[in-house]
Design a protein around this ligand. Structure first.
Ligand code: 5CA
Ligand code: ZN
Length: 409
């Protein structure tokens, strides 16, 4: 699949800093020191509805990860998937009487537009589940050969007991896992499973549903976790730097994915850090396509909201926090963009190098975007009070805000 166009990232004077990030698996900070090419996998959308502010907040966090790395003169190999066949997509297409492939294409196209408008850097590889099927089948076959998978009425399940490290991403007890498995696409009640949380690797063809040739697996379609693993291993290999997504993906999705990969390769861990963004709520409840309490990026854009303001609204919350989208959040962001734009269009200001370093330090410290905004706010306030002698400062600041925060002033 094609991704979306990249906005340019200006090079900045001075030195970028290595990213220290909170890792769900260890429960603490990890200093990442990738090689010259940092490797990032971020779970993509299931394209059955438009991009909402919760999605945007999660992708915003991983856009910042890339910007911190790029600022250290590294390249970033970023991979993202599109879950373009799965139960919720098929159910929505059925409900609305539309073709599921057309629905997926339409919503993926809209996601690309939203990401472009928000200046989110695109993945180098943007891969759909359907196009990944030829790579998924041999992995499931291999898991079977290794004795890590078993058949149940034609479906193939992964046995979590086959991975000695199972449980080390989310660190949950069995009861919590079972509960979340039921909530998030699993089938812990199905009789005949070895462990209730064992996830499906391959679902045998069902009447009226799309299916593909699965070689020795028979016709069917892939499970959710193996999809991301196949794509990540194909393009990044084991031991990549960051596996990312919203906090609702820690279990079962990232836990199961890590186990699949670890059993397949005999290596540990799949990723050096598992990074999870908090959940954005609306009216007191997690924004979700299934609940329908949504604020769409595309709707805000149609209403004439400046994408730069949308991004500043996202940056105003720490990525790990759960927070509530409100009209006030947006109003504050619109006012901030106006203040910043006015400031960088003045002919001079106080020296900006210190501010650039404060922004760098804040972002390198577990992506503390609210602190980065505060540093720019302080410069803007100083400039308004005292003006400044430095004619290059507004330009330096504007380029730093663009390069590090993805906001074009
Ligand atoms: N296709 C799978 C991942 S392989 C999936 O979870 N798709 S999704 O469309 O449901 O979500 C896409 C990303 O947005 C995920 O990382 C998810 O954790 C995140 N997300 C969904 N809802 C919210 C929310 N309310 N707040 C923050 N992030 C969210
Ligand atoms: Zn995923």
């Amino acid at each position: 699949m094609h991704a979306w166009p990249a906005s340019e990232v200006p090079a900045l004077p001075g030195q970028g800093r290595d990213l220290v990030i909170h890792d769900t698996a260890t429960g603490g900070p990890v200093t990442l020191q990738p090689g010259p090419v940092a490797r990032l996998y971020v779970c993509g959308i299931t394209p059955y509805d438009a991009t909402h502010m919760g999605h945007a907040a999660t992708y915003n966090a991983f856009d910042l990860v890339q910007r911190v790395w790029l600022d250290t003169k590294r390249q970033v190999h970023y991979v993202q998937n599109v879950t373009d066949v799965d139960d919720p997509l098929l159910e929505r297409a059925e409900r609305d009487g539309v073709d599921w492939t057309a629905l997926a294409e339409k919503e993926t196209a809209l996601f690309r537009e939203d990401m472009t408008a928000l200046r989110m850097l695109p993945p180098r590889h943007y891969i759909g589940a359907v196009e990944a099927i030829p790579g998924i089948v041999p992995l499931v076959e291999r898991l079977r050969e290794l004795g890590a998978a078993y058949d149940l009425d034609g479906d193939v399940y992964f046995s979590v007991e086959s991975d000695p490290h199972f449980g080390q991403v989310s660190n949950l007890d069995a009861a919590a896992m079972r509960l979340l498995s039921a909530e998030r696409g699993g089938d812990p009640e199905r009789p005949g499973k070895k462990n209730p949380v064992d996830p499906m690797l391959w679902m045998a063809a069902r009447d009226g549903e799309p299916s593909w040739d699965g070689g020795s697996l028979g016709r069917g379609r892939p499970g959710w976790h193996i999809e991301c693993v196949a794509i990540a291993l194909d393009h990044l290999g084991m031991g990549f730097d960051v596996q990312g997504g919203g906090s609702d993906l820690a279990f079962p999705h990232h836990e199961m994915g890590a186990s699949h990969a670890q059993v397949l390769t005999g290596e540990f861990p799949m990723a050096k850090a598992y990074v999870h963004a908090g959940m954005v709520a609306l009216d007191g409840e997690k924004m979700s396509k299934s609940k329908g309490n949504l604020v769409f990026v595309s709707q805000l854009r149609r209403d004439g909201v400046d994408p730069a303001a949308i991004r500043l609204a996202l940056h105003a919350h720490h990525y790990r926090a759960d927070w509530e989208w409100t009209e006030q959040v947006l109003r504050d962001a619109v006012a901030r963009v106006e203040r910043w734009r006015a400031a960088v269009s003045r002919p001079d200001g106080p020296a900006a190098e210190g501010v650039v370093d404060e922004v760098r330090a804040a972002l390198a410290d577990d992506l503390n975007a609210p602190e980065a905004l505060a540093a720019v706010d302080r410069w803007v306030a100083r400039q308004a009070e005292t003006g400044g002698p430095d004619e290059s400062a507004p330009g330096v600041l504007s380029r730093a805000v663009d390069a590090l925060l993805g906001v074009a002033l």
